[in-house]
Design a protein around this ligand. Structure first.
Ligand code: BES
Ligand code: ZN
Ligand code: ZN
Length: 477
C-alpha cells in the first residue's frame, strides 16, 4: 500500500465523518460539513441502528456519495485519535477504498498531527522477505483542512517516515545491519545534507583506546565502529546535544550465552542506534534549530575463541577500569566509551543516550514503557511531558548510592553487573559514572518499548520505532 496524504477535498470520493453519542443521540463533530445530506444520513443511521458509541462504524451510500461514519468520544485525547484513525485506515484497506476525504473532528494542530500519525504509522509492514507482499495500490487521503496547516502536515509526514525507517533498520537481519552497514547508512545520509562525520574503524578504535568498544566487538568477524555525525542547526550557538545510541547489531550474550527463548530477537539490540538515527535524520530534515551530535558505538557481541571473557578487566577510554562480571552486559560498555569519547572530543552540554539496555526494564515497567534516569530534573520533566504528548511514554527510575554500591568491584574501578535486583538502575548507575561533572545527562532504556510481541493499533509487532517522536517532541521544546 502506498498512502498519500495531502490537504484537499475531492467531491466524488468517500467522506469520513466522526461522531459521538450524547443523551442517546448521534452527533457529528462537523455539523456544517454534513448539512446537505444530514436528513438522509440520520435516516441511514436509524435504519442500521448505529448508536455512535466508541469504535462503532458504518459504511453507506447517500445519494451518490459514499460515507464512512465512525464513533468516538466527544472529549478525546490525542492518543484516542491516533487509535481511531489506525482503525479507520484498516477499514479503508479492507474495503479497498482508493481515495477518501477526512474531516477532522476539531481542526487544530494537535488533532491534525494525531490523525496523520494514526494513519501513517499504521501503514507499515516489513514484508521484504515474503513472497506475497502487500498490494502496491495507492490510497489517497485528502485532509479537508485549511491550507495554513501545510507545514504541519509536511513535518508530521517526515517524522512518521523516519519512525518507519527506524523500524526497518531494527527488523532487518543482523547479517545485513552490521556495524559497517550502520556506518554506510549514516555516511550516505550525511553526504546528502553535507554533514560532517567522523568514523573510527577497528584500527582507530584500538589506537584511541576505546577498549570497551573494542573488547565487546573483537569476537566477531564483523568489526566494530564508532560512528559520529554532526548537525549544526543553530550556528549562532555553541551548545551541542549528543544523542548516543546502543548499536549492538546482534547480542548473543557472548560467553555468558543467551539461552533459547531470549536470543531470537537480539537483532533488535541496535534499537537505540536506530532510534537516535531516526531522530537525528528527522531533526535535519525538519531543519530544527539545534546543534546535534549523533554517536553510535556499534559492535556485534559474539561467542568465539577471540571474544572477551568473564573475569577480564579492561581500562576504558575514560581511564576507569571495568571488571567484566558478565559478557551479556555489553551495552553499557560500548555506551560508556561512546559517552566518554563524545565528551572529550565534542564537548556537548547535554547527552541523551538511548539503549535496549536491560531485560529488567520491561520486568519493572511493563512491556511498553521507557525507563528514564538522569542528573537534570528539568530535562527529565520535559521528556516525561513529551512522553505523555506523543504516547512514547516514559517513567523515571531513581539512582541512589545503594545502587552505585552494587557495581563496585574488588579488582577494578567498576563492575559491569550489579546482580539481578534493580538491574535497570544499576545499568544506569554504570553509565552515570562515565558522565563528566557539569554535563546534563539523560538515559533512556527502551528494552521493552523498542520491540512488541503483538501489534497495538498503530504500533506493529516487532520493531516499533518508539522513541523517535518522543525525542523530536523534546528537541522542539
Ligand atoms: N540486550 C540485552 C537487554 C535486552 C534484553 C534487551 C531483552 C531487550 C530485550 C542486554 O545486553 C543484556 O543482555 N542485559 C543483561 C544484563 C545482565 C547480564 C546484567 C540482562 O538484561 O539480562
Ligand atoms: Zn547483552
Ligand atoms: Zn545487549
Amino acid at each position: 500500500m502506498i498512502m498519500r496524504v495531502k490537504i484537499g477535498y475531492e467531491k466524488k470520493e468517500t467522506d469520513v465523518y466522526l461522531c459521538y453519542r450524547e443523551k442517546d443521540e448521534v452527533i457529528f463533530f462537523n455539523k456544517d460539513k454534513i448539512k446537505d445530506i444530514k436528513k438522509e444520513l440520520y435516516k441511514v443511521i436509524k435504519l442500521y441502528n448505529f448508536t455512535g458509541k466508541r469504535e462503532e462504524t458504518l459504511f453507506s451510500h447517500i445519494n451518490d456519495k459514499k460515507v464512512l461514519v465512525y464513533g468516538m468520544e466527544k472529549e478525546h485525547s490525542n492518543e484516542e485519535l491516533r487509535k481511531a484513525f489506525s482503525n479507520i485506515l484498516r477499514l479503508l484497506k479492507k474495503n479497498k477504498l482508493e481515495s477518501v476525504n477526512i474531516i477532522p473532528p476539531n481542526e487544530n494542530e494537535q488533532e491534525i498531527k494525531s490523525i496523520i500519525e494514526g494513519l501513517e504509522l499504521t501503514d507499515y509492514k516489513f514484508d521484504k522477505y515474503m513472497k506475497k507482499k502487500e498490494e502496491e495500490k495507492e490510497i489517497k487521503i485528502n485532509l479537508d483542512i485549511d491550507k495554513k496547516y501545510s507545514n504541519l502536515v509536511k513535518d508530521t509526514l517526515v517524522v512518521c517516515q523516519n519512525v518507519k525507517i527506524t523500524r526497518d533498520l531494527v527488523n532487518e537481519n543482523a547479517s545485513v545491519i552490521t556495524p559497517v552497514k550502520l556506518e554506510e547508512i549514516v555516511k550516505e545520509f550525511s553526504k546528502k545534507y553535507k554533514l560532517k562525520t567522523k568514523i573510527l574503524d577497528e584500527k582507530k578504535i584500538q589506537k584511541e583506546n576505546l577498549n570497551l568498544l573494542w573488547e565487546v566487538g573483537k569476537g566477531s568477524s564483523n568489526p566494530p565502529r564508532l560512528i559520529i555525525a554532526e548537525y549544526i542547526g543553530n550556528p549562532k550557538s555553541k551548545e551541542k546535544i549528543a544523542l548516543v545510541g546502543k548499536g549492538i547489531t546482534f547480542d548473543t550474550g557472548g560467553t555468558n550465552l543467551k539461552p533459547s527463548g531470549f536470543v531470537e530477537t537480539m537483532r533488535m539490540d541496535m534499537g537505540g542506534a536506530a532510534t537516535v538515527f531516526g531522530t537525528f535524520k528527522s531533526a535535519v530534515e525538519l531543519g530544527l534549530k539545534k546543534n546535534l551530535i549523533l554517536v553510535i558505538p556499534a559492535a556485534e557481541n559474539c561467542v568465539s575463541s577471540n571474544s572477551y571473557k568473564p573475569g577480564d578487566v579492561f581500562v576504558s577510554y575514560s581511564g576507569k577500569s571495568v571488571e567484566i562480571g558478565n559478557t551479556d552486559a555489553e551495552g553499557r560498555l560500548v555506551l560508556a566509551d561512546g559517552i566518554s569519547y563524545v565528551q572529550k572530543n565534542f564537548k556537548p552540554i547535554e547527552i541523551i543516550d538511548m539503549a535496549t539496555l536491560t531485560g529488567a526494564c520491561p520486568i519493572a515497567l511493563g512491556p511498553s514503557l521507557i525507563a528514564v534516569m538522569g542528573n537534570d530534573e528539568n530535562i527529565k520533566k520535559k521528556i516525561f511531558e513529551s512522553g505523555e504528548e506523543t504516547f512514547d511514554r516514559v517513567w523515571e527510575l531513581p539512582i541512589y548510592d545503594e545502587h552505585r554500591e552494587m557495581i563496585k568491584s574488588k579488582i577494578a574501578d567498576l563492575k559491569n553487573v550489579g546482580g539481578r535486583e534493580g538491574g535497570t538502575i544499576t545499568a544506569g548507575a554504570f553509565l552515570e559514572s562515565f558522565v563528566e561533572e557539569g554535563i546534563k545527562w539523560t538515559h533512556l532504556d527502551i528494552a521493552g518499548a523498542a520491540w512488541f510481541k503483538a501489534e497495538k493499533f498503530y504500533v506493529p509487532a516487532n520493531a516499533t520505532g518508539i522513541g523517535v517522536r518522543l525525542l523530536i517532541d523534546y528537541l522542539r521544546k
